[in-house]
Design a protein around this ligand. Structure first.
Ligand SMILES: [Zn+2]
Ligand SMILES: [Zn+2]
Length: 202
C-alpha cells in the first residue's frame, strides 16, 4: 500500500503517524486526530489510516458514551436455559464489560474472541445471524431501520481456562421503554467490535 513515488531531494517523504510508512505529500495529506495513540490534535496520516482514525474518533465521541451508560438485557450464560435480567455497560476505563443483576460478571474486552449481533426477525443459528465476518461486509445496523439489533452472542476466554464461554444477550420485549436503548447499545457494540478487529488485524 506504500506510495511508489521516487523520492529525491525535492520530493519529500512524509511518515504516516499511524502505520509509520513513508508516502509522498499527496498520499499522506490528511490530518486526523488519533485518539488511540494520544494524538488529540490532528496529525498527518495516509489515506487508509485516516479512514480508520476518522471512524475511531467518531466512535470515541458518540459510541463510548452509549456503551458506558449501559442497557438492560436478558443474559444467558453458556447452555443454561435460565436467563437473568442484567444491566450491561462498559467500565469507565473501557477495559471490561460489566454486568449487574443478582449476579455480577466482568468480562475483559481483550478476552472476547467473537461477537455476533442478532437482528430482528431471525433466530440464532440461522443464516441471518450476523457473525463478525459478515458485519465487515457492510451489514449496517441502524437504530430504527429494518435491521434493528435485538441481541448479541459473545464468546470469551475466562482467565485460567482454555475453553470459550458463551454469553447471550437478548433485548426484552417486556421492557419496551428500554428496547430502543438496548438497540442503541448493541449498535454501539457493533461498531466497537469492528474497531477492535481492525486494530487486531494491524
Ligand atoms: Zn498509514
Ligand atoms: Zn504518493
Amino acid at each position: 500500500m506504500q506510495c511508489d513515488t521516487k523520492f529525491d531531494f525535492i520530493t519529500r517523504k512524509h511518515h504516516c503517524r499511524r502505520c509509520g510508512k513513508c508516502f509522498c505529500d499527496k498520499c499522506c495529506s490528511k490530518k486526523v486526530p488519533l485518539p488511540r495513540m494520544c494524538f488529540v490534535d490532528p496529525v498527518r496520516q495516509c489515506a487508509e489510516c485516516a479512514l480508520i482514525s476518522q471512524k475511531e474518533t467518531e466512535f470515541y465521541d458518540k459510541q463510548l458514551k452509549v456503551l458506558m451508560n449501559g442497557a438492560t438485557f436478558f443474559v444467558t450464560l453458556g447452555t443454561s436455559d435460565k436467563s437473568e435480567l442484567m444491566v450491561c455497560r462498559l467500565s469507565n476505563n473501557q477495559r471490561y464489560l460489566v454486568l449487574d443483576g443478582d449476579s455480577h460478571y466482568e468480562i475483559e474486552i481483550v478476552q472476547i474472541s467473537t461477537v455476533q449481533i442478532l437482528t430482528e426477525g431471525f433466530t440464532p443459528g440461522e443464516k441471518d445471524t450476523h457473525t463478525y465476518t459478515s458485519l465487515l461486509e457492510s451489514q449496517h445496523i441502524t437504530e430504527g431501520g429494518n435491521t434493528r439489533a435485538i441481541g448479541m452472542i459473545l464468546q470469551y476466554k475466562v482467565p485460567g481456562s482454555e475453553e470459550l464461554t458463551q454469553m447471550k444477550f437478548t433485548a426484552s420485549e417486556d421492557f419496551s421503554s428500554n428496547k430502543k436503548l438496548s438497540a442503541s447499545w448493541l449498535a454501539a457494540m457493533h461498531k466497537a467490535t469492528k474497531l477492535l478487529y481492525e486494530s487486531r488485524d494491524q
